[in-house]
Design a protein around this ligand. Structure first.
Ligand code: G3H
Ligand code: ZN
Length: 285
């Protein structure tokens, strides 16, 4: 099986009205956990690697592990660069065989974000690779971020239309009140804003920072056009909690397989929960 462009996975999700997880791979065990969960649930799979994760694992190891898996699966799988910070980072992944890249120029002014995204879209589309971009910024969860600052950082629906038209991007990550990492309070999603964006924009929408968002809110956002849901922190927490528990119970344990194995199993269950919550179970073709 070859990697499939992420656009293909999202297009089917869009036609049938469900969401697909963009699940972050950070090491061998997280890749194994995500794969096992997707296989058991028969879900299409988007394997996301940040630049940090690629640096940690080594690009050739990432490619080697994923290509090895592809020999043994019939699931549709996309390999995606998450939050790519530059044209060069995106091109490096494309040259190595990624089927999807995110160019995240959301920290730049609108026109600069368009220019940087357009440049990646032109190069990526020439070789059939999907591009995700971001408009608006996810705030951190610092207590001193004011409501006005949060609103200013959110995606403007009119700008979203212009951004998609002028860049030709395949899917758009929107800022509607989610944040990366651990939430200090309850996340408050701006569903009115999401509805307006979805009414105007005709590409699949992406929700980042979904770990701390209740499944019911994610499901509501799927009804309003979210097709890719990024999860990282929740899986790391599941893995690490189990690892801590095993080591606390077995302070003399030193074989990594003995504590990473149960941690990986715990992560599998968490990934399966998310696959079912997003509705992509049984959707592999
Ligand atoms: O791009 C990755 C995600 O947005 C993950 O966010 O760690 O809060 O789940 P999270
Ligand atoms: Zn993200």
């Amino acid at each position: 099986m070859e990697l499939v462009p992420m656009a293909e996975i999202l297009q089917k999700a869009d036609e049938e009205g469900y969401g697909v997880g963009g699940f972050n791979v950070n090491n061998l065990e997280s890749l194994q956990a995500i794969i096992q969960a997707a296989e058991e649930e028969r879900s299409p799979l988007i394997l996301a690697t940040s630049e940090g994760a690629i640096n940690y694992m080594g690009m050739d190891h990432v490619i080697g592990m994923v290509k090895g898996y592809l020999k043994n699966t019939d699931l549709p799988v996309a390999l995606h660069l998450d939050h790519g910070g530059s044209f060069e980072a995106a091109m490096k992944c494309i040259r190595k065989g990624y089927s999807s890249v995110m160019i995240d120029a959301s920290k730049y002014p609108f026109e600069e974000n368009i220019a940087k995204t357009r440049e990646v879209v032109q190069a990526a589309h020439a070789v059939g690779v999907t591009v995700e971009a971001e408009l608006g910024r996810l705030v951190g969860n610092e207590d001193d971020v004011t409501v006005t600052e949060k609103e200013a950082a959110m995606t403007n629906p009119d700008e979203a239309v212009e951004f998609v038209e002028r860049t030709g991007v395949d899917c758009l990550a929107v800022a509607i009140g989610t944040a990366h990492g651990v939430y200090k309070g309850d996340p408050e999603l701006d569903f009115d804003r999401l509805q307006k964006i979805n009414d105007k924009v005709d590409v699949p929408l992406v929700l980042h920072g979904a770990s701390g968002v209740p499944d019911s809110d994610v499901q509501k956002s799927i009804e309003m056009g979210i097709r890719k849901i990024n999860v990282n922190t929740a899986f790391q927490q599941a893995f690490t909690a189990k690892l801590r528990e095993v080591l606390e119970e077995n302070p003399d344990m030193y074989d990594p397989r003995k504590y990473c194995g149960p941690a990986r199993d715990a992560m599998v269950e968490r990934v399966k929960d998310k696959i079912r919550a997003f509705g992509s179970d049984g959707k592999a073709w």
